[in-house]
Design a protein around this ligand. Structure first.
Ligand code: CP
Length: 315
């Protein structure tokens, strides 16, 4: 039994297998009908979601399993009446796997220690591995490979998506350039930067306060919301001022390669981290990204739950 708590829980061959499995499932969904017949996924949410909620539930439906949606606000645990250890032990008696969106990665880890079924990180404060698998499938579809690319991430870099991108870039042999304000409010957590030294792989991560330097000649320009789920409304004005120079505009995109793509994990705060012209423009692949959450999550569930004997084409 394996968990997916952080992207580095996967070896590089396992990462690549999930992408190949996802492609196979996307191109030939009929081969996987009933792959997870009568298996049950519990989806725990401590924060809102559109993509993660819909893609996991659709994944289970398409594989003929079942998904249960559960907001912690309705749970004895959320009300402070039950320990997370007992929640883990209990859910393991009903369900075959659990996907969990919670703020504290430490709590998620505690749940995984006590669960007897696979635990999937559906986003915590330090990582969003499901997002990154969907993103790498999308890059592979666009460029024919998921390695040897230059990825520019611009904006607020103190967040889970950036951290998972950092880990995955090193692991998969990509160059990630982060353009963010030179302030600890927006820079990657030093603990994550330190963690990179322990990740096997030929990729690299650099950080610059100059958004143009980050984007120049990149294959991918990536950003995330400046007002993600845990940012208080009172922060809005200050963040708009600090992050203004990092908005992905048409002129910033023009510094990237001619065939560069724009990516955003969504939800987007349109007109702030990205202009409408870019997110709706010819280079934007944000809805391919969103769709690929479904195919990669089907592949994750299939691999973690031993979904059957379906063989996988070589490439
Ligand atoms: N990108 C992402 O995880 O979207 P949701 O918050 O809507 O699930």
């Amino acid at each position: 039994m394996r968990h997916l708590l952080t992207i580095t829980d996967l070896s590089l061959p396992e990462f690549e297998t999930i992408l190949r499995r996802a492609t196979d499932m996307k191109l030939g969904p009929d081969r996987y009908i009933r792959a997870l017949y009568e298996q049950v996924l519990l989806m725990i949410f401590e924060a809102p979601s559109l993509r993660t909620r819909l893609s996991f539930e659709t994944a289970m439906t398409q594989l003929h399993g079942h998904a249960i949606n559960y907001y912690t606000i309705h749970s004895p645990w959320g009300a402070g009446k039950e320990s997370i250890e007992d929640v883990a032990r209990t859910l393991s008696r009903y369900c075959n796997a659990v996907s969990v969106r919670m703020f504290s990665h430490e709590e998620l880890t505690k749940l995984a220690v006590h669960a007897e079924v696979p635990v999937i990180n559906a986003m915590t404060n330090v990582g969003h591995p499901c997002q990154i698998l969907g993103d790498f499938l999308t890059m592979k579809e666009r460029f024919g490979r998921e390695t040897g690319l230059t990825i520019a991430y611009v904006g607020d870099a103190k967040n889970n998506v950036t951290y998972s991108l950092m880990r995955a870039a090193v692991m998969t042999g990509n160059q990630l350039r982060i353009g963010c304000p030179a302030s600890e409010d927006y820079s990657p957590d030093p603990a994550v930067t330190d963690e990179l030294a322990s990740i096997e792989g030929s990729g690299s991560v650099s950080v610059t306060p100059d958004p143009a330097a980050a984007v120049r000649d990149a294959h991918v320009v990536y950003t995330d919301s400046w007002m993600s789920y845990r940012v208080a409304d009172e922060e809005k004005e200050r963040r708009l001022g600090d992050l203004g120079p990092y908005r992905v505009t048409e002129s910033l995109m023009a510094l990237a390669r001619e065939d560069a793509v724009f990516m955003h994990c969504l939800p987007a705060w349109r007109g702030h981290e990205v202009t409408e012209g870019v997110i709706d423009g010819r280079q934007s692949i944000v809805f391919d990204q969103a769709e690929n959450r479904l195919h990669t999550e089907k592949a994750i569930l299939f691999e973690l739950l031993g979904g059957g004997e379906a063989s996988l084409p070589e490439s």
